[in-house]
Design a protein around this ligand. Structure first.
Ligand code: RUB
Length: 277
């Protein structure tokens, strides 16, 4: 049975569907079915707008909707769906160049692209180990370690607070992207802290993300999630403010390279691409 827009929104809100690409794919698949029945009309774009606002930080869905506005055809939606899927495969192949035999990788949260890249490297090379943060407050890192363990990869789950403790063992950090902007890479909260620790240990920090993550929006919004995710018994905390930002921005100076479907890029070259868009 086809899912309603309300059901999809709920799954995106509660992180059952998470990660920039998966969110975009779920929305595009819904919009494609709508378009098949009703065409690409006013209500199509109303629904697209509602879906985009559920998690406003990631830019993939926004970029896809902009492309559909340029060429409002089902073919455009199909092309975008396959662009997302094939870009992940290409990025994974390109990442193999930076993941050496016997490397120990640190990853954060659950990025489908980072996981595909690690899996691809493990097909070709031996002795790769992964440390994955649990990722407070919603623990998407659990999803990551399950997927890596199921693929037979040597993976260790650590708390977010243990990143400094384990950094001396790490050869490279590999994280995903919600939006690549001129100011830096936006990804799950804590990515910036990891970049600072990596820098102070001279550990290279890599971002994996497709060009659909290039973000030329005038401004960006860091999603603030419900405060009960931080502490469930909020009513007992009288006089305490709680904040729960979902993402942070890592300035480019902390990022060694970005692995895209077009190859491995320096932040400088990526910014040039942003300016061309
Ligand atoms: C997920 C997250 C991921 C990026 C990239 O955060 O920050 O690293 O979205 O994911 P959340 P992908 O769990 O809050 O959605 O590589 O799958 O596009």
């Amino acid at each position: 049975m086809k899912e309603s827009i309300e059901e999809i929104i709920e799954k995106i809100k509660n992180l059952e569907i998470q990660g920039a690409n998966e969110i975009a794919l779920a929305a595009l698949n819904f919009l494609k079915e709508y378009a098949k029945e009703n065409g690409i009309d006013k209500n199509f774009f109303k629904s697209a707008d509602v879906l985009e606002k559920v998690r406003p930080t990631a830019v993939v869905l926004h970029n896809c909707i902009e492309s559909i506005k340029q060429k409002p055809e089902i073919k455009t939606i199909n092309n975008l769906i396959s662009q997302i899927q094939t870009s992940t495969e290409k990025i994974a192949k390109n990442s193999v160049k930076i993941i050496k035999e016997g490397s120990t990788i640190l990853t954060h949260c659950h990025s489908g692209v980072a996981i595909a890249s690690i899996k691809e490297a493990c097909k070709n090379k031996t002795g790769i180990k992964v440390y994955a943060t649990e990722t407070e407050p919603k623990h998407q890192g659990i999803k990551t370690v399950k997927e890596l363990a199921e693929a037979g990869i040597d993976v260790t789950l650590i708390t977010d607070n243990a990143v400094g403790f384990f950094m001396p063992k790490i050869d490279l950090v590999l994280v995903g992207s919600d939006a690549m902007r001129k100011e830096g890479n936006i990804n799950k909260i804590g990515s910036y802290t990891i970049a600072l620790v990596a820098k102070s240990h001279n550990v290279p920090y890599y971002v994996v993300g497709s060009i659909l993550k290039l973000d030329n929006r005038k401004s960006f919004e860091i999603e603030e999630r419900p405060i009960y995710e931080v502490y469930s018994d909020v009513s007992k905390l009288k006089g305490v403010k709680i904040r729960n930002p979902a993402f942070d921005l890592t300035p480019w100076k902390y990022i060694k390279r970005v692995i895209t479907e077009y190859g491995i890029m320096t932040p400088r070259n990526l910014i040039k691409l942003l300016n061309k868009k």
